[in-house]
Design a protein around this ligand. Structure first.
Ligand SMILES: NC(=O)c1ccc[n+]([C@@H]2O[C@H](COP(=O)([O-])OP(=O)(O)OC[C@H]3O[C@@H](n4cnc5c(N)ncnc54)[C@H](O)[C@@H]3O)[C@@H](O)[C@H]2O)c1
Length: 387
């Protein structure tokens, strides 16, 4: 499909998606209201291309081609000939709606309109269009050129064919696509919540400190980064906002309750790597505190966090947010989990998962620890996710 691709917003995500589309051979138009944002985007791409040439990943000619195929503009009207436009502007529903309404006016009726939103409803964005059937969510992860996973999110208004064409196109760009229901956090940002939330709870209860929890999750669990390292990497402000947004969007379901520890860190400006301090100190010469490498404690931490992650994945499956395979694919490709969570549930044993969750529930008597009806049903019927 050799269509022209439009990208609205030349920030972190828009720039990355433009690079992906251009690398796949498309002519790309990228717009931003701020001239400086376009300049930054262009310069950043030039730097990335130089690095890729040095590493031998692209030839000089290929790099030139990738850069030349991208047209930078402050005039959204230049999107008029695009077959697909992906919006990646500020996360604000009113501004997004305005942009979609304008995009519908200036593009052909065949043009697919997509939003890269992480937390807003696609149905709501689509409602700004007279023909909402051509709107869908295409959710890339940061940095878009490196992250394999893309979540495809049909709105209730989306035409099936529109979704099919968009998915095929993104697959052709070498990405792994998964289909997710238009619900808060889609797959990854929903299922991953306990990785942070339960780790923070363990820290707040004083069961272990951040280095010990990180050690347990990495050394015993096989996760690439520990939760506190990862929150410092993502930025505590951003991670906190996602958690709070998901919590509110789920009508304050206690399962997604944010943590004061993280809120205070964010308020204090301890944002993580980008500010030089978060859970850890990143200033020059600072030494990282050592974990308490207690195997029994480590197992206890891992078992608790993984049980909560499995519960979230099972519930997403139960509520048809995505298929079993897509949920496992999303977590292994999107956030590099060592295993698919549903596969992991089978390995641990469904009955053991239910026991762990019930033990937490009985200990705390909090709705946060309620076991998914799907796990309970599977346990009763002796069924596995993969049989
Ligand atoms: N950053 C992430 O990790 C991430 C990951 C996945 C999805 N997203 C989503 O992608 C979108 C963009 O995020 P980002 O991190 O790239 O933001 P960003 O702040 O880096 O970039 C947004 C850009 O949009 C521009 N903009 C604002 N209003 C505009 C308008 N009306 N028309 C044209 N340009 C406009 C801004 O000038 C800015 O350059 C958001 O919806 C966000 O939720 C972000």
């Amino acid at each position: 499909m050799n269509m022209k691709i439009g990208i609205v917003g030349s920030g972190a995500m828009g720039s990355g998606i433009a690079q992906v589309a251009s690398t796949a051979g498309h002519q790309v138009v990228i717009s931003d209201t701020r001239e400086t944002a376009l300049e930054v985007s262009k310069n950043k791409l030039a730097k990335i291309m130089n690095r890729l040439i040095e590493k031998g990943r692209v030839t000089k000619d290929e790099a030139t081609g990738i850069q030349e195929r991208i047209h930078y503009t402050t005039d959204i009207q230049d999107m008029s000939e695009c077959g697909l436009v992906i919006e990646a502007i500020v996360e604000n529903i009113d501004v997004k709606k305005q942009v979609f309404s304008k995009l519908e006016e200036l593009t052909s009726s065949e043009t697919l309109l997509a939003s890269n939103t992480s937390s807003l409803s696609i149905a709501s964005i689509a409602s700004a269009c007279k023909h909402p059937e051509r709107v869908l969510g295409i959710h890339f992860f940061n940095p878009a050129p490196l992250m394999k996973l893309v979540e495809i999110i049909p709105a209730i208004q989306s035409d099936e064919n529109v979704v099919k064409i968009a998915r095929q196109l993104i697959d052709d760009w070498g990405k792994t696509t998964v289909l997710a229901k238009d619900t808060p956090g889609f797959i990854v940002n929903r299922v991953a919540r306990p990785f942070y939330g339960e780790s923070l709870r363990i820290l707040e209860e004083g069961i272990a400190d951040a280095p010990t929890i990180d050690w347990a999750m990495k050394s015993i669990g096989g996760f690439r980064m520990g939760p506190f390292e990862l929150m410092d990497y993502i930025g505590n402000d951003i991670n906190y906002t996602v958690t709070e947004t998901v919590f509110k969007a789920f009508w304050y379901d206690p399962r997604y309750k944010p943590s004061f520890t993280q809120k205070r860190l964010s308020e204090a400006g301890y944002l993580g790597r980008k500010s030089g301090r978060g859970y850890y100190d990143y200033s020059e010469g600072a030494t990282k505190p050592s974990p308490k490498e207690d195997q029994q404690l480590g197992n206890q931490i891992l078992d608790r966090v993984v049980a909560m992650l499995i519960n979230e994945a099972a519930d997403a499956c139960y509520l048809n947010i995505a298929s079993r395979d897509d949920i496992d694919l999303a977590m292994t490709r999107g956030v590099n989990y060592p295993k698919g969570l549903l596969k992991w549930a089978d390995e641990i044993g469904i009955s053991e998962c239910v026991s762990r969750l019930d033990a937490l529930y009985h200990e705390y008597l909090e709705d946060r620890y309620r076991c998914s009806p799907l796990l309970r049903r599977m346990n009763r019927d002796q069924i596995k996710f993969y049989s």
